[in-house]
Ligand binder design. Structure first.
Ligand code: DAH
Length: 336
């Protein structure tokens, strides 16, 4: 039976290399094993037939294994450049509604667009930063109680997921210094996600969005600041607005102000109903110094506030928690 063992090895080798392993069963070498039976002496047929059957079992098992191995290797390819429908069959499991931008992303783009059209450069704020940018460069003395007001998270290594976009001020000032000293101005906004270790309710979230502005020149003053902010709000809400300020304390501005608008009648407001929208003021000399800008030559103003608040007023959203909820019923209202 030496011959049969060799034929088996040969067939197994072919099965292992074949892309169509079942075709090996049609191989003349294999079929010849059966046709040979009739030519054998009847006394040899029993043993021979058994040997051929054993071979058949081994080869068929190898064929099935090879078939499933080939199936595993076969990956349906997706042409990523093709229109959606061309790939639909392959990505049946992914077939779903088309996604849209989150309302906060959309509105943030509107905000950025208004300020960049006014000449402000836009910087995305960091989501991890250090004590110097979050506090030190903003005139928060070490261990000053004002730091506690920010409820900051901290990593084990002492880094901070920033609690305000003011964390970018020092970078914007340093980057603009050369331009300022060449007779120009610094005009930048920073925007992005900020984090506070707060209990969540209808008006508080641990994760929210802010936009911040910084302007420095030889002559910057509060009336320029109020004009800039009024223009922004009037463009954003598409109507004339009444504004007012009241004193507010932030270590990085002096004087510091809270800026409010009168809630427009078209958005359900009554005369005399004021909404505080942001904090602002003239940049503290120590903040300019921290960026190596001479506060006796240059002055600046800054402001910063939450994006959710803007958007809630615009669309009459009553609960801040909707934004981070991921609820489709809420998100679908903003599909345009
Ligand atoms: N960073 C402040 C906050 O999150 C808001 C703020 C107030 C930003 C005054 C400013 C500013 O730039 O001048 O509470």
């Amino acid at each position: 039976m030496q011959g049969i063992a060799q034929i088996q090895d040969d067939l197994l080798k072919r099965v292992g290399e074949s892309q169509d392993p079942r075709a090996v069963l049609k191989d003349p070498e294999y079929r010849g094993l059966y046709s040979k039976i009739s030519s054998l002496d009847p006394s040899e047929r029993g043993a021979y037939g058994k040997a051929v059957n054993d071979l058949k079992i081994v080869v068929e098992a190898a064929i099935e294994e090879r078939v499933s191995q080939l199936e595993d290797l076969t990956v349906e390819t997706i042409d990523v450049t093709a229109p959606w429908d061309d790939n639909a069959a392959q990505v049946e499991l992914l077939r779903t509604e088309q996604g849209t931008q989150h309302p906060l992303t959309k509105e943030m783009e509107v905000v950025i667009d208004i300020f960049t059209r006014m000449g402000f450069a836009a910087y995305e704020s960091r989501q991890i930063d250090d004590d110097f940018h979050m506090f030190g460069s903003l005139n928060f003395p070490e261990n000053h109680p004002a730091r506690d007001g920010y409820d900051t998270f901290r990593t084990e290594e002492g880094f901070i997921p920033p609690a305000h976009t003011s964390t970018m001020q020092n970078r914007i000032l340093k980057e603009g210094k050369a331009k300022l000293e060449a007779g120009g101005q610094i005009a930048g906004i920073s925007y992005g996600r900020v984090f506070r270790n707060e209990d969540v309710d209808a008006t508080h979230e641990h994760t929210f969005y802010q936009c911040e502005g910084v302007f420095v020149s030889e002559t910057a003053n509060l009336s320029e600041m109020l004009g800039t902010l009024r223009s922004f709000f009037e463009v954003y809400y598409g109507q004339k607005l009444k504004i007012k300020t009241q004193p507010g304390y932030f270590p990085f501005v002096e004087p510091g102000l809270e800026f409010a608008i009168e809630k427009p009648a078209s958005l359900g407001g009554k005369p005399g109903e004021w909404l505080e929208m942001l904090g602002c003021g003239m940049i503290h000399p120590n903040v300019l110094r921290a960026a190596d800008i001479d506060p006796t030559k240059y002055r600046g103003f800054a402001w910063g506030g939450g994006i959710e608040r803007l958007v809630m007023l615009k669309y009459g959203i009553e609960d801040l928690r909707h934004f981070e909820s991921g609820k489709l019923a809420f998100l679908r209202k903003f599909v345009s």
